[in-house]
Design a protein around this ligand. Structure first.
Ligand code: TYD
Length: 136
């Protein structure tokens, strides 16, 4: 899996003086079916999240409120994305190490995921992740 597959997806935005609306349809706006949604909130200043890769999971990461950075690493190349728009999502393909930090006060990070939670889908050891991607 290459970092080139990971990109910001512009989601539909219905602008309205009463408040804007964004929607996401699986396999239409994002390249996977959604089986799980989770979100992090009340993140204290200076905290880091992530620090792992997924073997098979596809994800879309959205800054629903506030902003934060997502650093992606496919074992060869690294790229940093700053998320701060609720009508944009960062698509993260499988086998991508990610670190999230620089959370603004009150930020909410929502993640759409292609599968249910499975601890066995994680690489949590960076050296192990690097040795697996290097051997491919
Ligand atoms: P983790 O995926 O490491 O969080 P993050 O990437 O945001 O830093 O998960 C943190 C803890 O929450 C870990 O003990 C696993 C648990 N967890 C679930 O039980 N279900 C889930 O859907 C997720 C994402 C995490």
């Amino acid at each position: 899996m290459s970092l080139k597959k990971c990109k910001i997806i512009e989601l539909p935005k219905i602008s309205d003086p009463r408040g804007n609306l964004t929607f996401i349809e699986e396999m239409r706006h994002i390249p996977f079916d959604i089986r799980r949604v989770y979100y992090t909130y009340d993140v204290p200043g200076g905290a880091d999240r992530g620090g792992h890769a997924h073997k098979a999971l596809h994800q879309l990461i959205i800054a629903m409120s506030g902003s934060f950075d997502v650093k992606l690493d496919d074992g060869r190349n690294k790229k940093k994305f700053h998320l701060n728009r609720s009508y944009q999502g960062l698509y993260v393909c499988p086998m991508m190490w990610r670190d999230l930090d620089n959370f603004s006060s009150g930020s909410v990070c929502m993640v759409l995921a292609s599968n249910l939670y499975e601890a066995s889908d994680y690489y949590r050891d960076y050296e192990e992740f690097i040795s697996v991607v290097s051997s491919k």
